[in-house]
Design a protein around this ligand. Sequence first.
Ligand code: ATP
Ligand code: TZE
Ligand code: MG
Length: 269
Amino acid sequence: MTELTETRLSETLAHMRATAPLVQNITNFVAMNIQANVMLAAGASPAMVHSSAEAAEFAGIAQALSINIGTADPAWSGAMEAAATASVAGGKPWVLDPVAVGATGFRRTLGARLLALRPSVIRGNASEVLALAGQLRAGRGADAADSVAEAEAAATRLALQAGCTVAVTGPVDFVTDGHRAARIRNGHPMMPRVTALGCALTGLVAAFTVDQDPFRATLGALAYYGLAGEVAGRSAEGPGSFQVAFLDALHALGPNDLTAGARIEEIPA
Ligand SMILES: Nc1ncnc2c1ncn2[C@@H]1O[C@H](COP(=O)(O)OP(=O)(O)OP(=O)(O)O)[C@@H](O)[C@H]1O
Ligand SMILES: Cc1ncsc1CCO
Ligand SMILES: [Mg+2]
């Protein structure tokens, strides 16, 4: 049994639930509420702490950190860098969500500065991963304008250059640490119709990385998330009821459901 079988990946959810990790999130104004609710429904303990007065200090307390540049400004960017630095100094994982990183000079500079602070995982859509890897892409604001397949090579290069795991999400997700790679075929087309579900996933990935191999933890988090989307999609009548059903599904699903429902395609090295 390889380390990427559905059964082994379901252990990453069991571990996250048993740990209920305290995760600091420096996220955007749009995502704050849904991200905290997603993380609570999944079994993690989120704290939204972004002030430069306390972000670095709190990173010393939290078990993991997620940083999202969706609505960053110069006051926040200093807190982001200080928190990431403290997290790395404490030997803890941190996860970067480079929202619309190709859109403006401010985002490109901030993205590069955060990348230099050695995230454990980068989670973005195809346009964001292409832009962060140096292939300039505007995306459409926070939404992807490129396919996941187009970003796979850039993701692999970025993972090797930055020494981290890179997750590209979309209709099919791609995850690599530069040496191992896999695709995840779970998910539902309603997911990009609800704002900030990608941002919320980034916080969840941070929770999964606590005391777990970042590559396997990311795969487990993405398969679980996509499966919850499938369950929600069965009863939802539109984006509004989907969001409610999605939180319920995150709460209801367990490791055995992941073993039964995860659709992972391991890509030979
Ligand atoms: N068309 C789709 N079909 C199935 N699942 C999808 C689809 N698009 C996105 N997803 C899933 O939605 C989740 C969020 O990924 P997405 O790529 O939409 O993030 P994002 O673009 O960063 O979102 P946001 O910026 O709004 O937070 C992932 O679990 C992904 O697998
Ligand atoms: C819509 C939006 N704008 C800035 S951040 C954000 C949330 C999705 O990334
Ligand atoms: Mg996003």
